[in-house]
Design a protein around this ligand. Structure first.
Ligand SMILES: [Zn+2]
Length: 254
């Protein structure tokens, strides 16, 4: 069968073969066994590099490993491969999606979303922000659906907001007293979190966020992810080492 796929990663297997994991549109995440992939003269080397996408011909087996017989029409996100930061965030997005959805299960709208996220990063949009959008939208896949539309207590939308992990969403200023451990986010950060939850990645053309707000978003999402989702892929650890931003003052100032 023909399938559309995006290469997630390669793994050496035995002396001459490889295992290659794909996101596929037709059959979810799949591991493919590629016989002879490490032999000299192997024809599909470029088609199977990470951050390559396109149409492939293969046998999708269940259960067990699948096979690829040919690559029909493939393209590589070359700018992602060449840039350490783009590479790191693209890898992080893919590893989050890998953790959130079981293998062999259809990816639905997540396949086009992933494809567009990678395209946007490859085209030069801010990779950290694209990752943030993914992080916000993916929370529901991890079973956490924070209310980012309105105050979770009274439904108001006209007062300043803060984010409460224990209430699972926004609290308006009139209800801040209910959660002394709310995240103490500034209104600009809240604004972007709300935007990110609603953005259609497949229609996004441009985005630009001030550096300070980017750090606040990173801090907010790190807290939400570590406290309520509990997922920390190795690729994220790499990003944290790479960015080494200064920790921000977390004291409450009411
Ligand atoms: Zn309220």
């Amino acid at each position: 069968m023909n399938f559309h796929g995006i290469v997630m990663y390669q793994k050496e297997y035995r002396e001459r073969d490889m295992l290659i994991k794909f996101f596929t549109q037709e059959a979810g995440k799949r591991m493919f066994f590629i016989r002879g992939a490490k032999k000299r003269g192997f024809k599909m080397t470029a088609d199977l590099l990470p951050f390559t996408y396109g149409v492939y011909v293969g046998d999708i087996r269940e259960p067990g490993l699948s096979f690829i017989n040919a690559a029909k029409d493939t393209t590589n996100f070359t700018k992602i491969g060449q840039d350490i930061s783009k590479n790191a965030y693209a890898t992080y997005i893919m590893s989050l999606l890998d953790m959130a959805i079981p293998d062999n299960q259809l990816l639905g709208s997540w396949y086009p979303r992933l494809f567009h996220a990678l395209s946007l990063i490859n085209d030069g949009l801010d990779e950290a922000i694209i990752a943030n959008i993914f992080e916000v939208q993916m929370m529901s896949l991890f079973g956490v659906e924070p209310n980012l539309r309105q105050c979770v207590i009274c439904g108001r939308t006209d007062l300043p907001f803060d984010y409460s992990e224990s209430y699972g969403g926004l609290l308006c200023q009139a209800h801040w007293h209910l959660d002394p451990n709310r995240l103490d986010l500034d209104q600009r950060t809240i604004y972007y979190l709300r935007q990110f939850s609603a953005i259609d990645l497949t229609k996004l053309k441009t985005i630009s966020v001030h550096e300070e707000t980017k750090q606040h978003l990173r801090r907010a999402l790190d807290m939400i992810y570590s406290d309520t989702i509990g997922v920390y892929p190795r690729s994220k650890r790499f990003i944290d080492q790479m960015t080494k931003w200064k920790p921000l003052d977390n004291s409450k100032k009411d």
